[in-house]
Ligand binder design. Structure first.
Ligand code: PBG
Length: 331
């Protein structure tokens, strides 16, 4: 057969070593941020499996410290904390209490692991009795959170986290203007060096289902569609990212990750700030569930998913697989 020359891509795929030397994307341990759920409880041994997230737990402070110690020994560089308070009320008092569970956890972790980058999720949904991410008007039936009144509480929460020693705060509430409010409050309180990682491009996603079990934060009525974004909108995502950068965000996050890789890429190409992507609870649980059934190879799918998120342009990946990934590194 006498064919004209054609592209022979297979030449560079012939052996593992050949593939290794031309690989474009490599997930590094420091690319991954682990997520932890810490519970306010007197039971120091509290360690409750989260049914909808196999392998993840709600942890007491002591159990958190133990688990983080093992992860740090395996190379963990950063983590983000979610708190589950003992009491909730309509104004989320426990969120901005200097003795709240997240504040305690930050102090504990920074004391024991000064090098670990400890980030806090700044939101009110775990702390409000109604489960919405901000203040509601009395008699609300639709979950129409009051934007500007909520900003004060978010700013108070962020300052309280910074006072406890948080290295970075990550607002996930999707109120308008919250990056500006938090930046201003942090600066006024003397925390000019504490960066803000904004959940700027956060969709009203059904992939958060398992998280709401884990964090006990499902809204008691209505849903989050009046503040989180419509999954159908990409141009709006760019407006959100631009607004948050303008207000002072240091890192922009896209969430969820895998179903929104187009936006990870678009944000990466349009803005010169670090981009984070959050592989959310539902993404994690789908992989786990299929693996438990023997339908997919968990390790391989985990690595492929993380590589794909990084390839799309994320510098930083928040993932419940961070510890599992680190365990594989030594091997
Ligand atoms: C708090 C918050 C949520 C998640 C992170 N921060 C839940 C929500 O917005 O309903 C979801 C994370 C996940 O699914 O893993 N607002």
């Amino acid at each position: 057969m006498d064919l004209p020359a054609f592209y022979r891509g297979r030449r560079l795929r012939r052996s593992a070593a050949m593939r290794d030397i031309v690989r474009e994307t490599i997930v590094r341990p420091e690319d991954l941020m682990m997520l932890y759920f810490v519970v306010e409880t007197d039971d120091v041994t509290f360690r409750k499996p989260i049914d909808s997230m196999p392998g993840q737990f709600q942890l007491s402070l002591d159990e958190l410290e133990k688990q983080v110690a093992a992860a740090v020994a395996n190379g963990l560089r950063s983590c983000m904390l979610f708190g589950i308070p003992a009491t909730k009320d309509p104004v989320a008092s426990a969120a901005y209490d200097d003795n709240g569970i997240v504040q305690k956890a930050v102090r504990r972790l920074k004391d024991r692991f000064p090098e670990l980058v400890v980030v806090t999720d700044v939101c009110l949904c775990e702390y409000t009795s109604h489960g919405h991410c901000g203040l509601l008007t009395q008699g609300d039936t639709k979950g129409l959170v009051q934007n500007d009144a909520t900003l004060d509480l978010l700013a108070k929460t962020a300052v309280s986290h910074a006072r406890a020693g948080a290295d970075m705060v990550a607002p996930s509430d999707m109120m308008d203007g919250r990056v500006l409010a938090i930046r201003t409050a942090l600066d006024e309180a003397g925390f000019i060096d504490v960066p803000i990682m904004s959940y700027a491009v956060k969709f009203a996603s059904s992939f958060y289902g398992p998280f709401r079990d884990a964090a006990e934060s499902a809204p008691s009525h209505g849903d989050r569609r009046t503040y989180q974004m419509d999954p159908a909108n990409a141009r709006e995502a760019m407006r959100e990212a631009a607004a948050d950068i303008e207000e002072g965000a240091d890192i922009i996050m896209v969430k969820p990750a895998m179903p929104y890789l187009d936006l990870v890429r678009a944000v990466r190409d349009s803005f010169d700030v670090p981009v984070a992507a959050y592989q959310v609870s539902g993404e994690y649980s789908m992989i786990k569930a299929a693996a438990i059934n023997g339908w997919i190879d968990e390790k391989a799918v985990m690595l492929e998913s993380l590589t794909a998120i990084k390839r799309a342009g994320a510098e930083l990946i928040m993932t419940y697989f961070a510890e599992d990934f680190l365990k594989l590194q030594g091997k």
